[in-house]
Write a protein that binds this ligand. Sequence first.
Ligand SMILES: *Cc1c(COP(=O)(O)O)cnc(C)c1O
Length: 366
Amino acid sequence: MHTLHHDLGVPPAINASGKMTALGGSVLGDGVIAAMSEAARHHVVMDDLLRAVGREIARATGTEDGCPTTGAASGVAIAVAAVIAGTDLTRIEALPDPGDAPCEVILPRGHSVHFGAPIRQMIALGGGRPVEVGSANKTTAAHLEGAIGPRTAALLYVQSHHAVQKGMVSLAETVEVGRRHGIPVLVDAAAEEDLRHWPATGADLVIYSGGKAVGGPTSGMICGSAARMTACRAQYGGIARPMKVGKETLFGLVQALREYGAAEPGGHGPRMEKLAARLAALPGITTRVVADEAGRDIHRTEITVDPAAAGRDATGLAAELAAHGVHVRDHQSVTGRLFIDPRPLRPDEEERLVNQLTALLQGEAR
Ligand SMILES: *Cc1c(COP(=O)(O)O)cnc(C)c1O
């Protein structure tokens, strides 16, 4: 079992934190793994495969066409490059230098997120110049509008739990501003579960991760109009070359898209209630079940750590668990809270989590 993991000294991790790129994205289903090994056994004309996968993405997202990517991060860079250079070969080959093409990408300041790397840098990689408008907790349509000028290439909207959730201009308003000024709207919906909802808002290019909600291999996709997707794919002859997607990944992404929606109902609420009740018996912690802050159909167990009674604070507890191979959701640990995300957690792994937490807290609490 796990021979190569152990040879490498990197044993499998227990993931209770959600769909995390830092923990390898998703664990793949047998169908996806079979598709990837089928791809690995044959040569294929990659340009044809890219277009065929684009059609699958279109079907899954309810759009005209799609462009597969290595992830949502490269999706942002490629989408920005596509709105700046289009299919103009000279411009494509000059990026990330945009020359005299409009290159400013306007985004609300509260959307300037870091998901493992700053989104500003992905914009720059595609030849864009990020222009943050408004304040961290307050951005209106007027802020977007005030920044629009002859150098504007796009408006970027980040639909994410990482973004500030209050005081931000809505996507509907953003689309409306874009329409009025003839400027394309890009949506980074990396971890969103509803693949059809975001393109249906009227946004021009929507970006998803293939390794998060979709449960596919480390991958991503852009979707939108046929013309926009032709421009996206054209970037593989330019800045997207070092982001090229392998045939195995493309097959895995297609299979994951075909299976998506059939497998995973939400409904982890009752399971998390049970877990919360069990963990509440441990010294120094209180628990409850909370809904996802970005409105997705996810319920998590929230663990609030009382440092005096638990013998360490939430950040310390998360670090000790991680040292034992158990990774909880710790974005908000400075506020004393940790979360258990049920989605990637198998029942046997949930038991190991309970046992580890029990050992730490009952072993050392006073
Ligand atoms: C995870 C994430 C990304 C990066 O996605 P990858 O598929 O890992 O490249 C980009 N934007 C947001 C909002 C994310 O949550």
